[in-house]
Ligand binder design. Sequence first.
Ligand code: NDP
Length: 256
Amino acid sequence: MNSKLFDLSGKVAIVTGGNGGIGLGMARGLAEAGAGIAVVGRDVAKSNAAVADLRTRGIKAISVTADVTDQSAVEAMVQRVKNELGRVDILVNNAGINIRKAPHALDLAEWDSVIKTNLTSAFLCSQAAYPAMKAAGGGKIINIGSMMSIFGASFAPAYAASKGGIVQFTRSCAVAWAVDGIQVNAILPGWIDTDLTRRARVEIDGLHDKVLARTPAARWGAIADFAGIAVFLASGASDFVTGTAIPVDGGFSIMG
Ligand code: NDP
């Protein structure tokens, strides 16, 4: 195999929510492949720890504190990445939250907060990163969906709506920006062991065992499971792959 196929040396990646969980797993993979990384989050201490971890891989990494639901903060974030790392080649729209309530119990502020964090943020960050990618003659955008991009969720209507929206937003940008050499794809994680699901495990009785029983791989996902798929979708290896939504779920979504 040609090792240059997955080489990201000289490239720069923005990873929203890269200071923990799946985002950090992807940032580690991109850093291993040689990319400089901008970790974007709101929690400064968490971001600084993530950046220290990434720098052990010998790459340039910076922490940018920004709320990805805030358009001016997102624009300033992209500008800072261009100033400090010189370019933007890869954008991973990963920041996300969930509010677990039935449709009749969720209030408008909760709905808005989930949609803005999970879906509007992908629009804002992609739009802000697009000019730099277009000027460079290409780029890679990776959006993080969910199994709820495919299935409904009685306990998470805004989350499922936002993640369904991510898939159609991915396809729309893939079509619009193919001419610019930009590939846009989505990853649909199954049940992964992170802070997000640790909270769910406390709230939902028996969740841990139910996930094991339903997953052909018979385990929960780990953040390390996202390094390889991120490198593939960020590298020249995927130059003819665009508009897809790839489950990374140990087979969860193929179980009847
Ligand atoms: P975590 O809660 O571990 O991480 C979420 C990250 O998003 C945090 O690092 C947080 O950083 C960041 N974030 C949240 N809101 C904002 C905001 N407004 N602005 C900037 N950053 C923000 O979750 P996961 O790693 O589990 O989830 C990552 C993605 O994967 C999400 O999109 C989630 O929906 C998706 N996913 C996760 C699954 C799982 O099983 N874990 C399954 C399917 C999808 P900070 O605290 O600094 O704000």
